[in-house]
Design a protein around this ligand. Structure first.
Ligand code: PMP
Ligand code: GLU
Length: 403
């Protein structure tokens, strides 16, 4: 059959670079190669026991029928309570939609508000899937370039310059994937003072790394009085409860947007899996400031970050910095561009990632997919022992490159 039956829409997007590098590293592992995968953002911890117990109870109690499209009422209530408890946000339970991961929450929002030609402003580098989901809708990504020198943070004047009459939404992500940078309250306040001049621009705030924050302070842009009624907050259980495979994310938003997302989700996937929802309920009911589990995990991530930053600083030609949250670092490797290994020349971050995978047996994600073709993303959500070995391999592989 002619493979061109695939729609233009799908032909025009790319495979998720993070998932693609993970696929390649699994493939090499299956061939017996000892690859260390630092390309995916996924905690190496196990889901907490009480959460697993809740899932088992759900099965035993036959909570296995179609759920309501927006999620179980108890879960919506627990999320509304969490948003008040942790973020000082006032959302009613019926302003929450639970989805198949935060990825689907974002996708629901994009499809619900974007028409072809609309613009979405976001700081670059940005998480890989934003740009491709936005592209699918026919809308346009307007990246605001940030660099390691300015802490990878969008400045208010850059935001103002990027907004046009076509801007439908501004997407905000702190702690950030891929840079790990965290916006302070005053930095968010400065962006808010620009956004308040554009009351019809929707603000989408992806807060999935909320608890993986070494500054000790997460501020939601939705908590600013000027932002009331115009922010869609996206969050989920994947990262801070080590529940990536359970696929539960959620959004909290103005009622009109919730209705649109429920309409879409009801036609598209229905509500997310009942067993996962019951597991997420137990996770979300557990206040993170009282949770030994989250403290332990965040402490471990911070130690790994310190180790990684130290090791990166030992590699000549890399430009690194100290990330403040999430579990990624995004060093600039561009001083190696133009160098060779045998006949293979490294000219961009995809070349570099493939070289590190094939020669160094370490999978990282190419910055190109994140809208910055000078840096690579290294995830440190893996054990200290493996990180030490991986960094030695990266150092050795880079040292083999020649003019
Ligand atoms: N937003 C960001 C910034 C992410 O890094 C991820 C990671 N997958 C997601 C959203 C989606 O998370 P999930 O679908 O696992 O809830
Ligand atoms: N968000 C994670 C990452 O950036 C998981 C993979 C994905 O969904 O892209 O690696």
């Amino acid at each position: 059959m002619d493979k061109n039956i695939i729609s233009d829409r799908i032909q025009n997007i790319t495979f998720s670079a993070t998932l693609e590098m993970t696929r390649r590293s699994r493939e090499l592992k299956a061939q017996g190669k000892d690859v260390i995968n630092l390309s995916i953002g996924e905690p190496d911890f196990d889901t907490p026991d009480p959460v697993k117990e809740a899932a088992k109870r759900a099965v035993d109690n036959n909570i296995t029928h179609y759920p309501p499209v927006a999620g179980f009422k108890e879960l919506q209530e627990a999320i509304a309570h969490k948003l008040k408890r942790d973020n000082e946000l006032d959302f009613a339970p019926d302003q929450i939609v639970v989805s198949n991961g935060a990825k689907q929450s974002l996708s629901n929002i994009f499809w619900s508000v974007l028409n072809p030609g609309d613009e979405v402003v976001l700081a670059a580098p940005y998480w890989v899937s934003y740009s491709d989901i936005i592209k699918l809708t026919g809308a346009v990504v307007v990246p605001v370039e940030t660099t390691v020198e300015d802490d990878f943070k969008m400045k208010p004047e850059q935001l103002r310059a990027a907004i046009t009459p076509k801007t439908k939404a501004v997407l905000f992500n702190s702690p950030s994937n891929p840079t790990g940078m965290v916006y302070s309250s005053s930095e968010i306040g400065a962006l808010v003072s620009v956004l308040k001049d554009y009351p019809n621009v929707l603000v989408i705030s992806d807060e999935i790394y909320e608890h993986i924050n070494y500054t000790g302070m997460h501020v939601s842009i939705a908590s600013f009085p000027e932002m009331q009624g115009r922010v869609a907050v996206v969050n989920g259980v994947s990262k801070c409860y080590a529940m990536t495979g359970w696929r539960i994310g959620y959004m909290a938003a103005p009622k009109f947007l919730v209705e649109a997302c429920v309409k879409l989700q009801g036609q598209y996937t229905s509500g997310p899996g009942t067993i996962s929802q019951m597991a997420a309920l137990t996770a979300i009911q557990n206040p993170p400031h009282n949770s030994d589990y989250i403290h332990k995990m965040v402490r471990a991530f911070k130690e790994r970050r310190d180790l990684l930053v130290e090791k990166l600083n030992e590699i000549p030609g890399l430009v690194s910095y100290v990330p403040e949250g999430a579990f990624y670092v995004f060093p600039d490797v561009s001083s190696y561009f133009g160098k060779k290994f045998g006949s293979c020349e490294i000219n961009n971050t995809t070349d570099m990632s493939l070289y590190l995978l094939n020669e160094g047996l370490v999978a990282v994600a190419p910055g190109e997919a994140f809208g910055n073709d000078r840096c690579i993303r290294i995830s440190y959500a893996t054990s200290t022992d493996l990180l030490e070995i991986a960094m030695e391999r990266i150092k050795d592989a880079l040292a083999k490159l020649h003019e």
